[in-house]
Design a binder for this molecule. Sequence first.
Ligand SMILES: CC(C)(COP(=O)(O)OP(=O)(O)OC[C@H]1O[C@@H](n2cnc3c(N)ncnc32)[C@H](O)[C@@H]1OP(=O)(O)O)[C@@H](O)C(=O)NCCC(=O)NCCS
Length: 171
Amino acid sequence: MTWRWPQGLGLGVRYREAQFETWAQAAIPDIMAIEQLAYSHPWTAGNFQDSISSGYRCVRLCLQGETLGYHVAMRGPGEMHLLNLTVAPDHQRRGLGERLLGELIDHCKAEHLQTLWLEVRQSNQAAQALYAKAGFATVGQRKHYYPLDATRREDAVVMKLELQATQGEPA
Ligand SMILES: CC(C)(COP(=O)(O)OP(=O)(O)OC[C@H]1O[C@@H](n2cnc3c(N)ncnc32)[C@H](O)[C@@H]1OP(=O)(O)O)[C@@H](O)C(=O)NCCC(=O)NCCS
């Protein structure tokens, strides 16, 4: 019988080679292709353009020229606000969301920021599980924050991570 490299292990080894890089205007078409697949209500190219123009932190995870996922975060005094975190659908459930979030958390700690904030759709259980696993706490709700369909809107769950509380722990 021929021995086969276990598929999960092979993928894990391959993903380990993926690298973080900051991205700007030239990456918007790649980012938009993923954004449109990943969301029912995707950001527009203009939203990403505005993020770049405003100096928000834009980071992506790339493997051999392919974008696997990305995040966009806005810095404020002593804090960071995560605005967008996305993993390409073909690459989800392989630890890349956790890795992208970890990159941002490490950056915030290195910058001695105190809090990382985010909003997430109430229905987005996958993302809420990811954030809870990373140590975020639910601290509130924003009513009717997101569009849902032609007539309805959906609440946002507000979550925060206290970075000082996790200072000194292993990354
Ligand atoms: C949410 C998202 C970023 C997660 O990325 P991912 O690479 O698939 O997640 P990971 O493989 O790193 O999973 C890490 C943890 O997140 C949680 N999680 C991720 N996907 C999940 C799912 N479909 N159902 C339940 N929990 C899930 C689990 O706790 C998981 O830990 P585990 O593997 O030990 O169970 C990804 O699903 C995504 O891009 N979704 C569409 C865009 C989106 O909703 N972004 C968030 C907006 S606030």
